[in-house]
Design a protein around this ligand. Structure first.
Ligand code: IPM
Ligand code: MG
Length: 358
């Protein structure tokens, strides 16, 4: 197939890992006989420096016309001034909003070979295979009013956590559809004992899941769910939750896999291109040193192939190649390795494994 892929490297280690992702896509195209074309655009701090805007109009236009988007990371200490009017992260929030990417899929699996990288006891990690479905365009990230006001008493800042029934229904429906294709278990996480928006969330979740008799729905409060995520992680299959809870829980869940650098994500809308990005951030401390773990991005490429382009065998091939590389003992520096390899060496090993598998 022909597909046009928009690359948004962003900041910090973003360019290094997106380069790795592009190489894997090129290898997939060669092996499976596809034609992928690429276009690179600015986002985040890099875009701020060049144009004063974290999501310039030409970047957004290119994304709208693309078949899929691969993003690295945005942000860094250079732009971290809390009183700055515009921040790199606004580029990411704007692209999610503009493209209507309401569903963020963050799978967490544990590679057997990497169990010792996690601070949790290996026996707790047995059988961990969960998927966080995070609502991405609602809640406190986007609710109005939002802002800071000054008065004689001092300053007051406000964020608003708001949800409509429509927003809850569409994300829970998607989570049910995914749960049906997995182990049929769905855990909806909220704070219904305190928050009004969570009580609506829970009511709509119950209504929506009623259309899916094969899906067993349970509810958990976010505080106890956070605890269960590290005490009984294998008890989860699919998790569905609102934007801010999903942000926090997905970083927590990353601990299970051993390193944040391993985890991929997909952000999907009702139509139009999806956006695929590693869960990790821009890691300014190691940027430019060529030692970043490219696996989060490479597995995001697998999600791009599966969810963005409907190329399921190609996605499985990329995942198998990554597994094979870990089996061979290769590790990047974040995986507690004595002989850590570079980003480029890791990527080459994955493309070589792809070549060998086919
Ligand atoms: C994430 C990140 C973003 C978020 C930031 C960079 C705005 O933490 O994708 O999880 O909070 O959504
Ligand atoms: Mg986050």
């Amino acid at each position: 197939m022909d597909s046009h892929i928009v690359l948004l490297p962003g900041d910090g280690i973003g360019p290094e890992v997106v380069q790795a992702g592009q190489e894997v896509l090129e290898t997939v195209a060669k092996i499976f006989g596809h034609r992928f074309t690429f276009e690179t655009r600015l986002i985040g701090g890099a875009a701020l420096d060049a144009s004063g805007q974290p999501l310039p109009p030409d970047t957004l236009a290119a994304c709208r016309n693309g078949g899929a988007i691969l993003l690295g990371a945005v942000g860094g200490p250079r732009w971290d001034n809390p009183s700055a009017r515009v921040r790199p992260e606004q580029g990411l929030l704007a692209i999610r909003r503009e493209l209507g990417l309401f569903a963020n899929l963050r799978p967490v699996k544990v590679f057997d070979e990497l169990r010792s990288c996690s601070p949790l006891r290996p026996e707790l990690l047995q059988g961990v295979d969960l998927l966080i479905v995070r609502e991405l365009t609602g809640g406190a990230y986007f609710g109005k009013p939002q802002g800071t006001e000054r008065s004689e008493q001092g300053e007051r800042a406000v964020d608003t956590m708001a949800y409509t029934d429509h927003e809850v229904r569409r994300i829970v429906r998607l989570a049910c559809e995914i749960a049906q294709r997995r182990r049929g278990k769905l855990c909806s996480i909220d704070k219904a004992n305190v928050l009004e928006s969570s009580r609506l969330w829970r009511r709509i979740a119950i209504q929506t899941a009623a259309d899916f008799p094969g899906v067993a729905l349970e509810h958990a409060l976010v505080d106890s769910a956070a605890m269960r995520l590290v005490s009984q992680p294998a008890s989860f299959d699919v998790i569905v939750t609102e934007n801010l809870f999903g942000d926090i829980l997905s970083d927590e869940a990353a601990v299970l896999s051993g390193a944040l650098g391993l985890l991929p994500s997909a952000s999907l809308g009702a139509k139009g291109p999806g956006l695929f990005e590693p869960v990790h951030g821009s890691a300014p401390d190691i940027a430019g040193r060529g030692i970043a773990n490219p696996v989060g991005t490479i597995l995001s490429v697998a999600m791009l192939l599966e969810y963005g382009l409907d190329l399921v065998s190609e996605a499985r091939a990329v995942e198998s190649a990554v597994k094979r590389v870990f089996q061979s003992g290769l590790r990047t520096a974040d995986l507690k390795a004595a002989n850590a390899v570079t980003t480029k060496a890791m990527t080459r090993a994955v493309t070589a494994a792809l070549d060998e598998l086919h």
